[in-house]
Design a binder for this molecule. Structure first.
Ligand code: FPP
Length: 252
């Protein structure tokens, strides 16, 4: 294969992504292709999520963020929304013990206000039970929208400025990031989207500034550890410059 410009320079050591974020897309199409209801696709999607968390842990990935339910997903038919809520509850009830046992810290990003009390309580329980774990971080984006997150952070800063606790002239990037749901989390290095769509769909808009994107044709329920390993291998071939010059050009 001809090395495209932007590929990792020869001889440079491959660097694994510390943080992978996944847009788990294609559950509905997976189900339709099998003559099954969409709910069957989401159920198979949970299995795939379970496999992927295990595989990422085994591959030494420290941070995994998954887009489980967007702030726009409420507009889906009521039955589908209720099914997704049920699956989230099931996932936490069934998998929390194993995640905890494996030293996985679970964190949730997204808007908490207005969530049903039982869901909010489960999310809180998952976070508090696993708060001391350090092997791996699983970040579940639930009721999450990038624009909503940015707006909430901007509003929080505005409220503090209005109260006189902050001078708007002095607001830094760090001040802003500290008010995002992802405060204290590293930005994603690699964002994977399954099912062939090539868009961000309001996911991690701020945090994705320098992420590498890998679009995978398979639908989410078919995504496996081989696909994850392949996406990581593609990432490792990329030459990340973060707006600077390529390593070789920077010195010449
Ligand atoms: C996209 O597929 C997937 C979602 C909107 C939800 C992702 C959810 C899961 C993987 C399972 C649930 C997991 C938890 C923990 C809640 P789609 O329905 O948009 O598929 P389509 O584009 O083919 O219709």
């Amino acid at each position: 294969m001809v090395a495209a410009r932007g590929c990792r320079p020869k001889g440079e050591k491959a660097v694994k992504p510390a943080h992978i974020a996944i847009i788990m897309d294609g559950n509905g199409r997976w189900a339709r292709a099998r003559g099954l209801p969409r709910t069957a696709g989401h159920r198979a999607g949970v299995e795939s999520l379970r496999r992927t968390v295990r595989a990422a842990g085994e591959m030494g990935i420290r941070w995994l963020t998954v887009y489980a339910f967007s702030s726009e997903n409420w507009s889906r038919p009521k039955a589908e929304v209720s099914d997704l809520m049920g699956l989230l509850k099931l996932f936490i009830r069934r998998d929390l013990a194993e995640l905890h046992q494996n030293g996985v810290r679970v964190r949730i990003v997204g808007k908490r206000d207005g969530l049903e009390p039982d869901i909010a309580a489960l999310l809180g329980e998952a976070e508090s039970l696993t708060a001391g774990n350090t092997n791996m971080n699983l970040v579940v984006a639930f009721n999450y929208g990038g624009r909503d997150e940015i707006l909430r952070a901007a509003r929080a800063l505005a409220i503090e400025a209005k109260a006189g606790r902050l001078d708007p002239e002095d607001v830094t990037m760090q001040d802003f990031e500290a008010r995002l749901d992802t405060a204290d989390m590293p930005d994603p290095d690699l964002i994977i989207r399954t099912s062939g769509e090539q868009r961000l769909s309001n996911f991690l808009l701020w945090q994705a500034a320098y992420a590498e994107f890998v679009f995978v044709p398979c639908r989410w329920p078919d995504f496996g550890s081989d696909d994850l390993a392949a996406a990581i291998a593609v990432f490792e071939e990329r030459d990340r410059r973060f707006g600077g010059a390529a390593a070789q050009e920077a010195v010449s």
